[in-house]
Design a protein around this ligand. Structure first.
Ligand code: FAD
Ligand code: NAI
Length: 467
C-alpha cells in the first residue's frame, strides 16, 4: 500500500525499456506504481522507433538480398525477388503495434497506472503530467535519449530528404543515392537496409574507422566487409554543410583534420552521429538536479541521483545507450526502491550490431585490456567453422581476450552471421568469472557457429583444432 502522504510509491517518467520494466518490477514487488509517457504508445524509443522497427527492416531486407543472389544462388535457389516496400513497411508497423500493445497489456495486468503526457518536476515528489499533478515517494527518471543534431544539416523527416533514424525507417521509396553521416551502429544498420533494397550508400565517418568503442580488429574487419558489400566508406571525413533543393541534397564534405572540401549529391541523407540524453523540459531546476558535461544525470550504483527520492536509469544516465542495459537497470532500481539489492554489472553488457554478418562484443576490447595489464588473445576465423562454411557465411572471426596470469576472460568479440546470439554465452561465462580454459573445455554442440567461441578460447592457451 502506498505511503499515505503520496499518490504512489513509485512514479516512473518514461515508458521505454528502462521505464516500463522498472514499473513492472516495482508493481511485482507490491509497490503502487504509475508511469508517465509523453508518446502516444508505450515502449519508448526501442519499441516505437528504435530496436524493433529497425530489426523488422533489417530482417526483411536480409531476405530480399539473400533472394537476390549471393548465398541463395550458391545453394541452388534461383529466384528474382520483387520488392513490395509498402508490405515491408506494414509488417514493420505490425511488429511495433503488437509489441507496444503488449506493454500496455502488461501495465494493466500489473495494475500500473499509465499517465499520458509530458512530465515536469514541481518538487522532488511532485510531478505535473499534462494537466494532472501526481505525487510519489520515489520518482524514477527514465526519459531516454534523442538524436544529436548536426549543425548546418537540418533534419526534416516529413520531407524525407534529410532524415534521422526515425525518418530512415519510413522512407516511402528506395533512394537512388543515400549518404549516411556517421559510421556508427545506426548508420551501418539502416545504411545496410537501404543498400540491400537497391540504394547506392556512402558512409561519411569522422574517425579513421567505423564503429567507435568496438575492438580494433573488429572495426578493421567490419570496414572490409561493408566495402565488399558495396558501401562506399569515406573515413576521416566530416560533413560541414547541406543544402536541399527539391528532392536533392548537396553535402559539403571535408577531411576531418582539414583540407579541401568536396560536394556530394544525394536523394537521401541520414544523420546518425549519436544520441543525447532527454532532460529538456523535465524541470530538473525545480529539484536542484544538475546534469554532467555530457548532459547525463549521474547516479550511484543503486541508481540514486543527488536528490533524495529521485532515481535515474537508461539512456539518460552514463553508460552504453542500449535497451538491455536500460532494462536491467529498470529491474535493479525497482528492487533497490523496494529495499532489496538490485545490481547491474556494467562490465558485462553485450552490444550487437544487427548487420550481415552481425557484429557483437562483451567486456574489454584488446586495446583496453592491454592498457590494464598483460593479456593473451585467441582468434578463430568463421571460415574454419564447419556450420558457417556450409551455410556460405565465410566472413568474420571470434576473438577471446584473457588475463595473461589468471586466464580470466576479459572480453569476447565476434563477427558472424549469428554473432548476436553467440555473444550470450560469452556474457554468461564472464558473469561467472570464467577462464578461457572453462570455455575451451565446455562441450559445444556440433555443427554450430558457437563452436568458434570454443576454438577461439582454445587458441588463448594452446591451439584450436580446426586451423
Ligand atoms: P527510451 O527508450 O528513449 O524511452 C524514454 C521514453 O521517455 C520515451 O518514450 C519518451 O517519449 C519518454 N519521455 C521523455 N521525456 C519525458 C517526459 N518529460 N515526460 C514523459 N515522458 C518522457 N538498443 C539495443 O539494445 N538494441 C538495438 O537493436 C537498438 N536499436 C536501435 C535502433 C535505433 C534506430 C535507435 C534510435 C536506437 C536503438 N537502440 C537499440 C537503443 C535503444 O533504443 C535505447 O538504448 C533504449 O530505448 C533506451 O531506453 P530508455 O528506457 O532509457 O529510453
Ligand atoms: P554512434 O555513436 O554509434 O555513431 C556515431 C558515429 O558518428 C561515430 O562513429 C562518430 O565518430 C560519427 N560522427 C560524429 N560526428 C560526425 C560528423 N560530424 N561527421 C561524420 N561522422 C561523425 O551513434 P548512432 O549510430 O547515432 O547511434 C546512437 C546510439 O544508439 C548508439 O550509441 C547505440 O547505443 C544505440 N543503438 C544501438 C543499436 C544496437 O544495439 N544494435 C542500434 C542502433 C542504435
Amino acid at each position: 500500500m502506498a505511503d499515505q502522504n503520496y499518490d504512489y510509491d513509485v512514479l516512473v517518467i518514461g515508458a521505454g525499456p528502462g521505464g516500463y520494466v522498472a514499473a513492472i518490477r516495482a508493481a511485482q514487488l507490491g509497490l503502487k506504481t504509475a508511469c508517465a509517457e509523453s508518446r502516444e504508445t508505450l515502449g519508448g524509443t526501442c519499441l516505437n522507433v528504435g530496436c524493433i522497427p529497425s530489426k523488422a527492416m533489417l530482417h526483411a531486407s536480409e531476405y530480399f538480398e539473400a533472394a537476390s543472389g549471393g548465398a541463395m544462388k550458391a545453394m541452388g535457389i534461383e529466384v528474382s525477388p520483387k520488392l513490395n516496400l509498402d508490405t515491408m513497411h506494414a509488417q514493420r508497423r505490425d511488429a511495433v503495434e503488437g509489441l507496444t500493445k503488449g506493454v500496455a497489456f502488461l501495465f494493466k495486468k500489473n495494475k500500473i497506472d499509465w499517465k499520458s503526457g509530458h512530465a515536469t518536476f514541481q518538487d522532488a515528489h511532485t510531478v505535473k503530467v499534462g494537466d494532472e499533478t501526481v505525487t510519489a515517494k520515489n520518482v524514477v527518471i527514465a526519459t531516454g535519449s534523442s538524436v544529436t543534431p548536426l549543425p548546418n544539416v537540418e533534419v526534416d523527416n516529413a520531407k524525407g530528404v534529410v532524415v534521422d533514424s526515425t525518418g530512415a525507417l519510413e522512407l516511402p521509396k528506395v533512394p537512388k543515392k543515400m549518404v549516411v553521416i556517421g559510421g556508427g551502429v545506426i548508420g551501418l544498420e539502416l545504411g545496410s537496409v537501404w543498400r540491400r533494397l537497391g540504394a547506392e550508400v556512402t558512409v561519411v565517418e569522422f574517425l579513421d574507422q567505423l564503429l567507435p568503442g568496438m575492438d580494433g580488429d573488429v572495426r578493421k574487419e567490419a570496414g572490409k566487409i561493408f566495402k565488399k558489400q558495396g558501401m562506399e566508406l569515406k573515413l576521416s571525413h566530416k560533413v560541414t554543410g547541406c543544402t536541399v533543393k527539391g528532392k536533392k541534397a548537396t553535402l559539403t564534405v571535408e577531411p576531418s583534420q582539414g583540407g579541401e572540401a568536396e560536394t556530394i549529391e544525394a536523394d537521401c541523407v541520414l544523420v546518425s552521429i549519436g544520441r543525447k540524453p532527454n532532460t529538456e523540459g523535465l524541470g530538473l531546476d525545480a529539484i536542484g538536479l544538475e546534469t554532467n558535461e555530457r548532459g547525463q544525470i549521474e547516479t550511484d550504483h543503486e541508481f540514486r541521483t543527488a536528490v533524495d527520492g529521485v532515481w535515474a536509469i537508461g539512456d539518460v544516465i552514463p553508460g552504453p545507450m542500449l535497451a538491455h542495459k536500460a532494462e536491467d537497470e529498470g529491474i535493479a532500481v525497482a528492487e533497490n526502491i523496494a529495499g532489496q539489492t538490485g545490481i547491474v554489472n556494467h562490465d558485462v553488457i553485450p552490444s550487437v550490431v544487427y548487420t550481415w554478418p552481425e557484429i557483437a562484443g562483451v567486456g574489454l576490447t584488446e586495446e583496453q585490456a592491454k592498457g590494464k595489464g598483460k593479456v593473451k588473445v585467441g582468434k578463430f576465423p568463421m571460415l574454419a567453422n564447419s556450420r558457417a562454411k556450409t551455410n556460405h557465411e565465410p566472413d568474420g572471426f571470434v576473438k577471446v581476450i584473457a588475463d595473461a596470469e589468471t586466464d580470466r576472460v576479459l572480453g569476447v568479440w565476434c563477427i558472424a552471421s549469428v554473432a548476436g546470439t553467440m555473444i550470450a554465452q560469452a556474457a554468461q561465462a564472464m558473469e561467472f568469472g570464467a577462464t578461457s580454459e572453462d570455455i575451451a573445455y565446455t562441450c559445444h554442440a556440433h555443427p554450430t557457429h558457437s563452436e568458434a567461441i570454443k576454438e577461439a578460447a582454445m587458441a588463448v592457451t594452446s591451439k584450436p583444432i580446426h586451423i
